[in-house]
Design a protein around this ligand. Structure first.
Ligand SMILES: Nc1nc2c(ncn2[C@@H]2O[C@H](COP(=O)(O)OP(=O)(O)OP(=O)(O)O)[C@@H](O)[C@H]2O)c(=O)[nH]1
Ligand SMILES: [Mg+2]
Length: 386
């Protein structure tokens, strides 16, 4: 399957553009509203279309790959710029404070005056720290995490100014976040990945995103297995994605069928297993998912959690799903969450890393490889940057 995007000032026009070029067979994978690059006050409707009937020219393919790469590169650049900026600010402040120290040694006459202004500065800085505590608490960052950030900030106290304080807070937040990368670009490793989690958190959608990235961008041979024969329509959901994306897809109706299915996928570079959404309070339901997964060798299991859930619920879910021996979290729906403190609360409470964040329904665009600085910024500002 190929992916193409169309933008217009109305959804109808964007759909028409897509149909004019791709015909009626194209599948709408997602729609979203984006700012007009020429005039940021205006909004455009963007459709992501999946199609397979037409052979796109080599030039278009190359352009699409470049666009994807440039997206990654610009994100990486942005992160790099941000950390360089924080580093430079740290150094600038260090140097400034050194200079201040040297000059103050020689300016004895100013000492009394400087002591007075120091206590004023201390009061200002205390007020600013109080403001930070208030801000983090509003973002639902747990008290223990806030205390740990304040402890770190106190170490930098002499460098803190009104202008650099927020950067320092984000650096402290970032230092508490654990992330784990999943390489979707390694051929012939026959990696088996299972996604587990509560109902409706986005497991199937996230598998579709990961599968398409692995297949289209990294050219991996991908296999999909669904064990979700429980929920009405669940198999069809993944099957229709598998059909349009030409991804091999198998369904296990019983745990005993799993080894045979896996054998069929023995040569796949990567296999994704989609499981039934389970209520964490129902141990029998959890166990039935485990019955399927324990018949085969699963290399990595991700627990998918909605960023809209409260910390208390997330802690409970993380605890009950522990029997799947998951290695990291995927936080879905960061676009729907109003505040994101629960993400850092759960990471610090469970000492478990995050691998991906999902920020919308569009396949495959709305997924981000978890990055400490990105998460720190998200938690501190509540702004979802794509
Ligand atoms: N806003 C938003 N919606 C999402 C995101 N991820 C998934 N969804 C939507 O959430 C709904 C449920 O997604 P599914 O992928 O079916 O969730 P699931 O976990 O597989 O659900 P079950 O199999 O029923 O447990 C769908 O409408 C998705 O489009 C996301 O990151 N942001
Ligand atoms: Mg599902």
């Amino acid at each position: 399957m190929h992916i193409k995007k169309y933008r217009a000032s109305s959804l109808k026009e964007a759909t028409q553009l897509m149909k004019d070029e791709l015909g009626t067979e194209a599948l709408i994978l997602g729609t979203r509203i984006v700012p007009d690059e020429n005039d940021k006050r205006l909004k455009l409707y963007e459709i992501t279309a999946g199609y397979d009937k037409f052979e796109v020219s080599a030039e278009t393919k190359e352009k699409a790959v470049k666009q994807n790469l440039s997206k990654d590169i610009s994100f990486a650049d942005e992160m790099k710029r941000m950390s360089e900026h924080i580093y430079q600010q740290k150094n600038a402040q260090k140097n400034k404070s050194k200079e201040n120290k040297i000059s103050s040694t020689y300016k004895v006459a100013d000492k009394v005056k400087s002591n007075e202004s120091k206590s004023e500065n201390d009061a200002d800085s205390d007020n600013r720290l109080k403001e930070i505590v208030k801000n983090l608490t509003e973002k639902e960052v747990h008290k223990t995490v806030v205390v740990s950030i304040m402890d770190q900030l106190k170490k930098y106290k002499s460098f803190l100014t009104k202008d650099n304080l927020e950067n320092y807070v984000q650096t402290c937040l970032s230092s508490l976040i654990l992330t784990k990368t999943l390489d979707l670009n390694i051929k012939k490793q026959h990696k088996v990945i299972a996604l587990v989690g509560p109902t409706g958190v986005g497991k199937t959608t996230t598998i579709a995103k990961l599968a398409l990235i692995a297949k289209i961008i990294h050219k991996l041979d991908v296999g999909l297995i669904s064990i979700d024969t429980y929920r009405l329509g669940a198999v069809d959901q993944l099957k229709s994605f598998a059909d349009v994306s030409h991804t091999d897809f198998l369904v296990a109706y019983h745990a005993s069928e799993m080894p045979a299915l896996m054998k069929k996928f023995a040569k796949k570079d990567i296999v994704f297993i989609d499981t039934v959404g389970r209520n964490q309070k129902n141990e029998a339901q959890l166990k039935s998912n485990l019955d399927f997964l324990s018949t085969v060798k699963v290399d990595e299991t991700f627990l998918v959690l909605s960023a809209t859930s409260s910390t208390r619920n997330l802690v409970e879910i993380a605890k009950k799903f522990k029997l799947f021996n998951y290695s990291s979290f995927i936080f879905s729906k960061i676009d729907e969450a109003v505040v994101h403190g629960s993400i850092i609360n759960l990471i610090t409470k469970t000492a478990t890393p995050v691998s991906f964040l999902t920020n919308g329904q569009t396949i495959p665009d709305d997924i981000i490889s978890a990055d400490k600085d990105y998460l720190a910024n998200l938690i501190f500002t509540s702004q979802v940057r794509s």
